[in-house]
Design a protein around this ligand. Sequence first.
Ligand code: ADP
Ligand code: MG
Length: 680
Amino acid sequence: MTALANGVAGLIAAQGPLGELTARIDDQSPLGPVESWTPALVSTVRLILSAKAEIVLFWGPDLCALYNEAYAPTIGDKHPVALGRPARENWAELWHDLEPLLLSVIQNGETVHAKDRPFYIERDGGRGEEVFFDISYSPVFEGDGSIGGALCIVNETTRRVRAEREMLAERTRLWTLARDPFLVADMNGVWLSASPAWTDILGWSEEELIGRTSKWMEHPDDAAHTQGEIEALKNGAPTLRFENRFRAKSGEYRTFSWTAVPDNDLIYCVARDVTEQRAHAKALADAEAALRQAQKMETLGQLTGGVAHDFNNLLQVVTGNLELLQRGLKDNERLRRVADNAMAGAERAAMLTQRLLAFSRRQPLTPERVDPNRLVSHMSDLLSRTLGERVEVETIQTARAWPVEIDINQMENALLNLAVNARDAMPDGGKLTIEVANTHIDDHYAAQEDDVAPGQYVLISMSDTGEGMDADTLSHAIEPFFTTKDVGRGTGLGLSMVYGFIKQSGGHIRVYSEVGHGTSVKIYLPRYHGPVVANDRDAPGEAPRQPPGGNHETVLVCEDDEKVRAYAVEVLTELGYRVVEASNGAAALDALEQAAPPVDLLFTDVVLPGGMTGADVAREASVRRPDLKILFATGYARNAIFHHGRLDPGVELLTKPFTYAELAGKVRDVLDRQVARQAG
Ligand code: ADP
Ligand code: MG
């Protein structure tokens, strides 16, 4: 290769620095004398020597290092020993990393870039320091296409990297002061640096957080959304008010609201821990929903209560007059049947009205102390008989159940309604379980529910194995007139009546249901603190054939509704009483003064026009005539004579619409009972 050797010699002659360089290469270098170098090596060396950048060249299979002056300080004391020597000898500490990299260049012809690659070198007389290089390696090809070596271009970036680190450290110093957690991540979401607030909030150590993405601690439902945000950041769009949840070391999830901006391959993020805020907002929304529901029920209650009240008066007129008609038609079989049918219709209307009153919490109640076990066992006999063979009824009582104070008739009515619902939900049969338990409603539970006081309650639950209700049905089930049953089968007043009654009785009701599994209605009745009066109510006997009549006692009827009054007067007269009437309170008091013989019984409506209620009239009348007996009539009650729907002791009440027999019985009862009491 003399031609080549000559060429190189010429080249060296022309390139002074190359001569200088080669002069420094010692005789032992595997590269041999410059004259033996290939043209590719020569031109590469020229490139090195003329380049502004710091360059080092590793050449040939032995990877001998050739470099320019600018590179010399980088290897400190190793210069000039390293020049022309295999890299393995002088870069021994790096060889582990360097070898595969260089081999991939000279064996596979690949181009490799390394950014901010750290090296630990000793320069300036042995003072070790960490330096950083941007390095790119590319293969150098010979004329025949074979790879003769690797050209390596090096830019030292130590200063920039240090400045960036400094800046990050400065930020980190600020972070330690900031309450909100900060974070720097790369474009793949890998956490590079995190402020101590993260550890404070989540409990994970810095080591656990840094060097990986947050996928491992993110709520699985949020992961997709987060990935979307990272993609957007990659495209340069900042993130605002993005929220996700991270699992803390304690296991609970905390919610963060993020602001993030992309900058130079990094993502800078500030997060705010909004866990409590979100929890409060949710609690508030729940409370508002509960309040709206309560208000809806209240409004419905007022509406239905008003309608029911007017209906009661109308029904009083209808049933009363029908009853008179029935009595008068004893001898006309055909017309008597017509009147009976009309009466049956009116009675059904009266029952519905009664339920509306119950829902609006305005039915007069007569609470009695009762052992809930006894109440329930009595019901279970009745239910097993009425629900048919396909429904199995099981009753679970509790030893030493606390007593409750409740209107027993209405409570039985309520349980019956629930049982009928259960039966309807189990067309193919199933099981009905009635359970009694003592329980405690704590402050926490009470706070979640509208209108419940914490304390001791007796829980009576009725569960079926029926079809259950979906969430929508469940949310409306208690509303009056809500029914999923066919016209004629459902009135939608069952649950609403139970609800109103239980509320009026100071209790609480909850309905749980699952489609396909069944429904459980839980009734909480406040514990009664007092002795239980043995409650052996006789089974209601047959009503006496002939209603008890009067002995010419005088009854003062005070009622504003003309037709109701006319009916009462007619019945009482027929029963053998003397009757005086009045249409308002003042008139009643006048009549009381003037009546001769004197009035024995005041029979007054509770709600009256003209400023005086029935209770006012009764009070004034009792002052004037302490021995006067009093009987109230009402469709519903406001607090005039009831306290929370309960009758004051000694007050007698007849519920509208009343029948002939009821009026007869109650009037006789009041007159007799008080006579007996006076005598005793
Ligand atoms: P009604 O029985 O006349 O429909 P309710 O007020 O008693 O009226 O019940 C209202 C609705 O609630 C019913 O139509 C039914 O859809 C649902 N429901 C009540 N109790 C149950 C139950 N035990 N199982 C399934 N659904 C029920
Ligand atoms: Mg029902």
